[in-house]
Design a binder for this molecule. Structure first.
Ligand code: BGC
Ligand code: ZN
Length: 369
């Protein structure tokens, strides 16, 4: 089968021939790839500073943002059948019997660091024609989401981020609880960054009832600003408005969803986080960079304003189910906007430009169908 893979020992990204998988247990499912999304993690792996092939292999099949269709199920699989659309999760548990998160199906919180990730870390990914997976790691997708469900995995970042933020904010007994109102009712959120993670996060925040601002570099007018405003968030350019000016405009910033990946932009926004606010980090910058931050002022704010800072890496089953449900909600409310998050679909042969060329658009997808 065709597969897009990295060969780190030769510092190469290649379309190569990968063996067709078959079921090895009656709990497994064979899936035909339809769409695979490309993200910053894939592009980073293609610079050979991150990611690792399975032990004993010299290549790693890429791809962790997948939508597939089932072609075969093992005899013990009861909840899925051939023809069903599915989205697989990424992380697989570590083998340690004492790792309580992994044993509880919460490997996104693995406590040993010995987890593996499909398409990233020691297990082949989904950028190939077919793959085999345990049924427990697959999430059913309604047929109506055929063209959108490749966005499920990136949306799980917002799903888990929201659920973590709400759990943290339970410390504020009057917040998150107004009966009959969404969780963000009366609250103000700022999303930093207008890439796929930022835009999907902003959609989720709007659905949750937050008054939502997206703060990103490019001045208006630009296509991302127009997209953001089409679903009811406000777009502010960081080239035109400083974080302090943004905070003056917004009022108390109750939640920041960092989706920019650059520490400068992230910490500049932390400086203006409001009273009792929560700051959610999702970006993974390169480890080498050094920046200067006003540590004393930040520390004073964190204490005197009761602030909470949460990092989040995706994701558990609940986040995948939430993402699939919310894609349905986005489709109902803003069909044109959610469709526009997918910039382009390409043949596998276009892999090199997509993975190693200049990053363009919002979400680019490789289609195997
Ligand atoms: C993936 C996560 C993964 C992380 C770090 C992200 O792009 O969506 O599932 O844990 O990279 O490898
Ligand atoms: Zn990703």
């Amino acid at each position: 089968m065709k597969a897009v893979a990295v060969v780190p020992s030769q510092r190469e990204v290649r379309l190569l021939d990968h063996p067709q998988p078959s079921l090895a247990a009656d709990t497994q499912v064979r899936v035909r790839s339809l769409d695979v999304g490309i993200c910053g993690t894939d592009r980073e792996i293609c610079t050979f500073v991150y990611g690792a092939p399975p032990k004993g292999n010299d290549y790693l099949v890429l791809g962790h943002e997948s939508l597939g269709q089932i072609i075969e199920v093992g005899s013990a699989v009861k909840n899925l059948k051939p023809g069903d659309l599915v989205v697989p999760s990424v992380r697989r548990p570590c083998p340690d019997a004492n790792c309580r998160p992994c044993r509880a199906g919460l490997q996104d919180f693995c406590a040993t660091g010995r987890f593996v990730e499909r398409g990233i870390n020691q297990v082949h990914g989904y950028m190939t024609e077919q793959y085999v997976e345990e049924a427990q790691y697959l999430n059913f997708v309604p047929a109506a989401l055929r063209d959108l469900a490749v966005l499920s995995e990136p949306l799980t970042i917002a799903e888990k981020g929201m659920s973590q933020a709400c759990q943290v904010q339970q410390r504020l007994p009057w917040a998150c609880t107004e009966p009959g109102k969404p969780r963000g009712h009366g609250l103000r959120a700022v999303v930093v960054g207008a890439g796929p993670i930022g835009i999907l996060g902003a959609m989720k925040l709007v659905v949750e009832g937050f008054d939502t601002w997206v703060y990103s570099r490019s001045p208006k007018p630009n296509p991302k600003a127009a997209l953001v405003e089409s679903f009811g968030a406000k777009y502010i350019s960081a080239k035109e408005v400083t974080p302090a000016q943004l905070a003056a405009q917004v009022g108390n910033i109750d939640l920041v969803y960092e989706a920019v990946g650059h520490p400068d932009a992230a910490f500049a926004m932390l400086e203006v986080l409001g009273l009792n606010g929560v700051f959610i980090f999702t970006g993974i910058p390169a480890p080498e960079g050094q920046i200067t931050v006003p540590g004393s002022q930040l520390m004073r704010n964190i204490v005197l304003k009761n602030q909470a800072i949460v990092g989040t890496v995706n994701a558990d089953r609940a986040a995948f189910e939430g993402a699939i449900r919310d894609l349905g909600e986005f489709q109902k409310r803003w069909p044109a906007a959610i469709n526009a998050v997918i910039t382009s679909r390409h043949k596998p042969d276009d892999f090199r430009e997509l993975l190693t060329g200049k990053a363009t658009g919002i979400k680019n997808v490789i289609s195997f169908a």
